[in-house]
Design a protein around this ligand. Structure first.
Ligand SMILES: [Zn+2]
Length: 176
């Protein structure tokens, strides 16, 4: 049947069908395989970790608010003004050789660098499980969810790991 032979009604119903086809083809044109939100924030943590000067450990962290906006980022590094070339990156027994006395962890830096006054109910993404000192900061800043990438905790003593979990449980922080 030629289009000119159609009734007006039939013609309009055909147009509706065509329009539906166009819309459904637009919907299905969305790219698949894009990063999910959680994957996106964790990927940014790994990029951030690459800024670290620590020869053994590179950690990145990112704080995300309830609108999925990034409100803080950090990686492990020396405090401001403490030169990366003058302070130790080694694990010795003295103030001259022990990096642990100085290095600010990624979580601490993400919280210190926050661009939103109140980060209560935010989510923290971090490349590895937080130590008990960072756990205290996380609790005190009101963060309510912690997503860590590596569940490996060999960087912590079992006492340290237990303390972090204990604080998270009591402060109602979901950690996964
Ligand atoms: Zn820490």
């Amino acid at each position: 049947m030629k289009k000119s032979d159609m009734s007006e009604e039939a013609e309009s119903s055909m147009e509706t069908t065509e329009l539906k086809k166009i819309h459904s083809s637009t919907d299905s044109a969305q790219r698949s395989g894009y990063l999910k939100w959680d994957e996106y924030f964790m990927a940014l943590c790994f990029v951030s970790a690459q800024r670290s000067k620590d020869p053994n450990t590179q950690v990145g962290a990112c704080i995300v608010n309830q609108d999925k906006r990034i409100v803080g980022m950090g990686y492990n590094g020396m405090p401001d003004g403490c030169s990366d070339t003058k302070f130790p990156w080694t694990m010795g027994d003295t103030a001259e050789t022990d990096k642990h006395l100085y290095v600010c962890h990624a979580e601490l830096n993400a919280i210190a660098n926050k661009i939103q006054a109140d980060i209560r109910n935010c989510t923290l993404f971090v490349t590895r499980f937080p130590c008990h000192e960072c756990a205290k900061l996380i609790v005190q800043s009101g963060i309510k969810e912690v997503n860590f990438y590596e569940s490996e905790t060999t960087h912590l003593t079992s006492k340290d790991e237990e303390a972090t979990y204990k604080m998270f449980v009591h402060a109602n922080i979901s950690a996964k």
